[in-house]
Design a protein around this ligand. Sequence first.
Ligand SMILES: NC(=O)C1=CN([C@@H]2O[C@H](COP(=O)(O)OP(=O)(O)OC[C@H]3O[C@@H](n4cnc5c(N)ncnc54)[C@H](O)[C@@H]3O)[C@@H](O)[C@H]2O)[C@@H](O)CC1
Ligand SMILES: [K+]
Length: 516
Amino acid sequence: MLQAFTAGQVRSAEEPLLAAGQGAALMQKAAHGLFAVAAGMLRDSGGLYGRTVVVLAGGGNNGGDALYAAARLARRGMGATAIALSERIHPDALAVFTAAGGRLERLTADNTDALAARCAAADLIIDGVLGTGASGALRGPVANLIDAVNAKAGPRGDRRPQVLACDGPSGVDLDSGRIEGPVLRADATATFGAAKAGLLTGAGALAAGELNVIDIGLGLSNGAAPAPAIRRLELADAAALYRRPRTADHKYTRGVLGIAAGSEQYPGAAVLATGAALATGIGMVRYLGPRSVGALINSVHPEAVCSTGGVAEARSQAWLVGPGAVGDPEQARRARDAITSGLPVVVDAGALAEVPRTVGPQVILTPHAGELVAFLGGRGRPVTRDAIEASPAEYALETARLTGATVLLKGYTTVTAAPSGEVFSQADATPWLATAGSGDTLAGILGALAAAAAGDGPAAARAGVPEGAKWAAVAAAAALIHGRAGQRAARRGPVIVSDLPGEIGAVVAGLLAVPD
Ligand SMILES: NC(=O)C1=CN([C@@H]2O[C@H](COP(=O)(O)OP(=O)(O)OC[C@H]3O[C@@H](n4cnc5c(N)ncnc54)[C@H](O)[C@@H]3O)[C@@H](O)[C@H]2O)[C@@H](O)CC1
Ligand SMILES: [K+]
């Protein structure tokens, strides 16, 4: 599991080591890790010798790390330039950099464009402007320089220089992921000691590019470490959460998912959710809804048990309500009954309107940003879509605390939050999954995992997450399976959602291949 901490938590972990006089050693470890990532990027694109690197060097230790790393690159035959962005630059690092042949330029009132052109022509830019000591957005002449580099070099993907962020892209709030001013979007980030929470979520996750965590011995993964601000499940964690069929199982012990989804108007959502739930692995799907929708489901999935009855008569371990259930008062009633049943329930799409003021963490809300705007607005908390997208972890957590529900907020990163405060952020998806019906399959996967987890007491402990975070972890596992299934599908071309169940099955097979 990837664990991410706030800048303050990382600084606190550094304190005893700094007090013990290990500051310089920590910086060398950080610089070595940064150098190794830079060398890897350059080797993949033609090697180091004869190529050029520009360091944007701020006045703090972040600039020091970047200068030490660039000195190593210079010793391997690279042309290295540092742009000093502050009167005083880390003196020891600067001395080593110049001794290795690095050139120093200073940002002045009238050389912004010339320096931006230098950056745009380089093979690699190392962003060492600000790290964990940052407060607020980039401002003044440094902000102007970053704007000019962005204008001259072009956007990531089109531009010539690769950008490597030292500890994090400067201008990203390393706690929330929010970006208030200019930022140089990185192709990769080398972050020291532990991932920073703002690099796993929101605008910060987009700006960070490929994340490399460099261990510098801060001890943030040992038992005495504080709880991480954000977690990210890896394959082994999803495997630990997944309930494997046991020898004595029958269909009821494996989990029965009740689905009240779809309507005469939108029958497809119910078919997609059912297919995804079956592919995830479950004892049975019981479908409740219009007869015509049940017939359609059975034409594709004959194993689903379909009826037009109510929630109380359909024994299930968990419910999924909402996808495609538009303009159908019967489905709305089933949604309300499921939400108040006390069983785990995935509440998607239109059923979000049926959620009472407070519920328990076994109720899992699955809005996208637009739906969360409406949901919070209806509870007297006006918010914009942009604000949610810039800092999704914050809003997912606020919603979880406000309602008592678990929240899965869909987006570039899918964030899940428990009312007890734990947050997960998954970045498994591909933009090819942004297509109609995709959310219905995510809801189906989550419904199946929830039904299996309902009777699986040790699930959270197996995955090493606090019991209060069980449903948020299960929701994060659903996002992982969905995202990776989408990636597999995208290898064959644009994703067609009705093809996803085959890929979901393959991802689950990958989970089962992880040793117990
Ligand atoms: N403290 C440690 O033990 C270690 C720190 N390391 C590096 O040191 C970094 C933290 O170093 P520092 O504490 O020196 O802080 P930073 O290097 O992040 O920068 C702080 C400096 O920037 C200025 N500043 C803050 N916000 C600004 C803004 N919005 N615009 C312009 N200037 C601003 C401050 O006045 C201060 O001079 C980490 O991110 C990491 O890169 C690593 O070398 C590993 C060890
Ligand atoms: K930085």
